[in-house]
Design a protein around this ligand. Structure first.
Ligand SMILES: *[C@@H]1O[C@H](CO)[C@@H](O)[C@H](O)[C@H]1NC(C)=O
Ligand SMILES: *[C@@H]1O[C@H](CO)[C@@H](O)[C@H](O)[C@H]1NC(C)=O
Ligand SMILES: *[C@@H]1O[C@H](CO)[C@@H](O)[C@H](O)[C@H]1NC(C)=O
Ligand SMILES: *[C@@H]1O[C@H](CO)[C@@H](O)[C@H](O)[C@H]1NC(C)=O
Ligand SMILES: CC(=O)N[C@H]1CO[C@H](CO)[C@@H](O)[C@@H]1O
Length: 376
């Protein structure tokens, strides 16, 4: 190596050191300050803790104005509790706030449709809709009114930290919560669904589905394959006791362990597949589907049950030319996922002939009836 090359290398190395060392120190300081002064890592997650700190207690509940917003009861503090193993849970976990200011809880027509369809087809189950963040709803809100016209629907709030008490994640929520909040908040919905099933058993469903038939005869432990080698966490059923409760615990523990690990993407479905592999002794999802007894009785539905129309075909719900075929394909499904992730920006007129509207007419008639112009 020539003298010149060596000098160049030395310079380069010095430059890299100059760059890396301060970055490293900044990083350490950031971590330390988060630990020592409990500074949240970014503004967004603080909305959840602000919401939790603004809770109404029985003492100040009477301070609410007569015509003011209506407070939601905390699911754990309310006298009326979900019926163990006989409740369907929906979660609304978004939490935007600005300067301690929250919008009130409300639902889009599509979310309300999921909830109505569950209530309509399962009159003997409780339907609980849980809000992680704003704790009030508007006094005049046609969508909420129509939802509450079903006797089996309840709206509640959850305080994330209280909800983790008496679960395997109780300590973890407090210790790691601020340190890792950035990640936790992204995945709050993945976590909260497991906590619901741990507390009460029952069925969890995403808010971007339509229920097509009754689950009242399916109140056992079940999951749904979304594709070959892929089990979704969009719909999960667990009994409130016995192996169902045990499975909820395994899922929570796996969630916690891998929260700190490197395999982070798609953690919801990864979490499910890893635990199912453990209990079934195989990672082959088709074998899980055909041999329920190998999986301690946990039923894994074929993808046709919940995901007959796959994500890349989400437009089949929106374009009238696909409607007939789509409705025929869904004839044997229990529910269908509408893929909000892809379809949320796609507006749909209430008078469209699209499959989504035709399904809504049959499975969420009251919500569709009060929706003006756009079913969004
Ligand atoms: C209600 O009272 C609690 C303390 O009991 C307080 O922390 C909370 O901020 C109050 N909520 C409102 C909306 O005033
Ligand atoms: C409340 O809703 C309005 C209208 O949808 C929106 O512009 C505003 O940013 C929201 N505020 C918060 C705090 O989320
Ligand atoms: C799963 O098992 C089935 C039946 O034995 C087999 O046909 C299939 O190839 C297996 N799939 C994988 C991914 O190993
Ligand atoms: C869908 O089926 C209806 C009758 O059930 C028929 O009138 C209509 O033309 C069909 N639409 C398409 C796009 O095939
Ligand atoms: C479903 C979800 O939001 N998953 C996210 C969990 O957090 C990781 C890390 O931020 C994301 O990569 C996942 O997308």
């Amino acid at each position: 190596m020539s003298q010149r090359q060596r000098t160049f290398r030395a310079r380069l190395w010095n430059f890299v050191k100059l760059l890396i060392v301060p970055l490293f120190i900044i990083n350490i300081c950031e971590l330390l300050s988060m630990r020592l002064f409990k500074l949240p890592p970014s503004a967004y997650p603080t909305c959840y803790s602000i919401a939790a700190s603004m809770e109404l207690t029985p003492e100040n509940i009477s301070a609410i104005e007569v015509n003011g917003p209506i407070p939601l009861e905390d699911i754990l503090l309310s006298e009326e509790k979900p019926n163990p193993g006989k409740t369907i849970f929906f979660l609304e976990t978004s939490c935007p706030c600005s300067e301690n200011d929250f919008n009130f809880s409300t639902l889009s027509s599509r979310q309300a449709c999921a909830i109505e369809s569950a209530a309509l087809h399962n009159p003997n189950l409780d339907i609980y809709v849980l809000f992680a963040c704003p704790h009030f709803r508007y006094r005049f809100d046609p969508i909420m009114d129509v939802i509450l016209s079903y006797r089996n629907i309840r709206l509640r709030r959850v305080n994330l930290w209280r909800f983790a008490e008496d679960t395997p994640l109780e300590d973890w929520m407090w210790q790691e919560e601020l340190f890792s909040a950035r990640f936790l908040m992204n995945n709050i919905s993945n976590l909260l669904r497991l906590l619901c099933l741990y507390h009460f058993g029952g069925i969890y469903m995403d808010l971007d589905v339509i229920v097509l038939r009754s689950f009242e005869n399916q109140l056992s432990n079940f999951m749904g394959a979304e594709a070959e080698q892929y089990i979704s966490n969009a719909v999960i059923g667990l009994e409130s006791n016995g192996f169902g409760h045990k499975l909820a615990e395994l899922l929570l523990r796996d969630f916690e362990e891998n929260f700190n690990g490197d395999i982070w993407a798609h953690n919801g479905p990864r979490n499910i597949l890893s635990v199912m592999t453990q209990i079934c002794g195989t990672n082959n999802v088709s074998l899980m589907e055909t041999n329920r007894y190998q999986c301690q009785g946990v039923k894994v539905f074929n993808h046709k049950a919940f995901f007959e129309i796959q994500g890349h075909h989400w437009a089949h719900f929106f374009e009238p030319k696909y409607a007939n075929k789509t409705l025929i394909r869904l004839r044997n499904s229990y529910l269908t996922h509408i893929w909000n992730r892809y379809s949320t920006k796609r507006s749909l007129r209430v008078d469209s002939n699209a499959a989504y509207i035709q399904l809504a007419r049959r499975h969420c008639p009251r919500v569709l009836a009060i929706t003006k112009e756009y079913f969004d």
